[in-house]
Ligand binder design. Structure first.
Ligand code: HEM
Length: 226
């Protein structure tokens, strides 16, 4: 397979297949299996290491994901922010710190599921594949940050236009084909994770219990006298 065909497959065909699967299957699963549309908490099975794994992981991943969205949505503003070296350093170090927090938390999540027999039993092969993908994704993200610094700037100038070209149905792979293989791996794995999303516990991201914000508080009363 020539490099050109491979690039077209990885950065045009694959993204569309994954995005299509994401939208179709996310809606399908919500309609057909809404009961399993959750993160299926395992806290009641093991609560000793739970906090120190799940919480740092979530703080990390939420900030890192938000950062990717900012660079995608307002790349020019980001470049203006980065035009001052001190601001660039602050942004890059903050992003790296939250990336490391994600990696440490995720390692904790995996170790907890391996070491507690009760939690291991309720961990499906899909969970293990997802954890492996997230671990490689986070690991490659951190490696990219260390080996190819100032990612916030090159994301804004190269990745954002590529992603917009995909979204506008006019794919332009020139932005991404010249990238080193480790960055390409990060992009391909991101799309694979999006495609895999509806088949995993990640669907919980879409059903945060928003009604808690406005619904009436639940009052629990014991039945009977003490
Ligand atoms: C949008 C905000 C989010 C909320 C409110 C949220 C909430 C939760 C909750 C309540 C759990 C169950 C923890 C437990 O009790 O066992 C969980 C687990 C999990 N979440 Fe999230 N989450 C969010 C975003 C994300 C994102 C963006 C990811 C991306 C990768 C993610 C990945 C996971 C994973 C992999 C687990 C399983 C951890 C385990 O139980 O071993 N979450 N989340």
């Amino acid at each position: 397979m020539s490099q050109h065909v491979l690039d077209q497959f990885m950065f045009v065909a694959l993204p569309y297949v994954c995005l299509f699967t994401f939208f179709l299957m996310t809606i399908y699963r919500y309609r057909m299996q809404s009961f399993s549309y959750s993160s299926l908490s395992s806290q009641f099975l093991e609560n000793k290491h739970h906090f120190w794994a799940v919480v740092p992981f979530h703080y990390g991943i939420l900030v890192v994901t938000a950062g990717h969205f900012v660079a995608f949505l307002i790349p020019r503003t980001l470049l203006a922010w980065n035009s001052h070296p001190l601001r660039l350093y602050v942004l890059e170090i903050t992003a790296l710190a939250f990336g490391l927090l994600t990696f440490i938390g995720l390692t904790g999540v995996i170790v907890r599921r391996l070491s507690s027999s009760k939690v291991r039993i309720v961990t499906s092969p899909t969970d293990w594949i997802l954890f492996a993908m997230l671990l490689i994704q986070t690991g490659s993200g951190i490696s990219n940050a260390l080996v190819y610094p100032w990612g916030s700037s090159w994301f804004a100038t190269s990745m954002a236009p590529y992603l917009w070209s995909i979204l506008k149905l006019s794919p332009d792979v020139t932005f991404v084909t010249a990238m080193p293989w480790m960055i390409k791996l990060h992009v391909v794995l991101a799309f694979l994770t999006i495609g895999f999303f509806p088949f995993t516990r990640l669907v919980h991201v879409l059903v945060i219990p928003n009604p808690y914000l406005w619904r009436k508080p639940q009052v629990v009363r014991w039945y009977g006298r003490k």
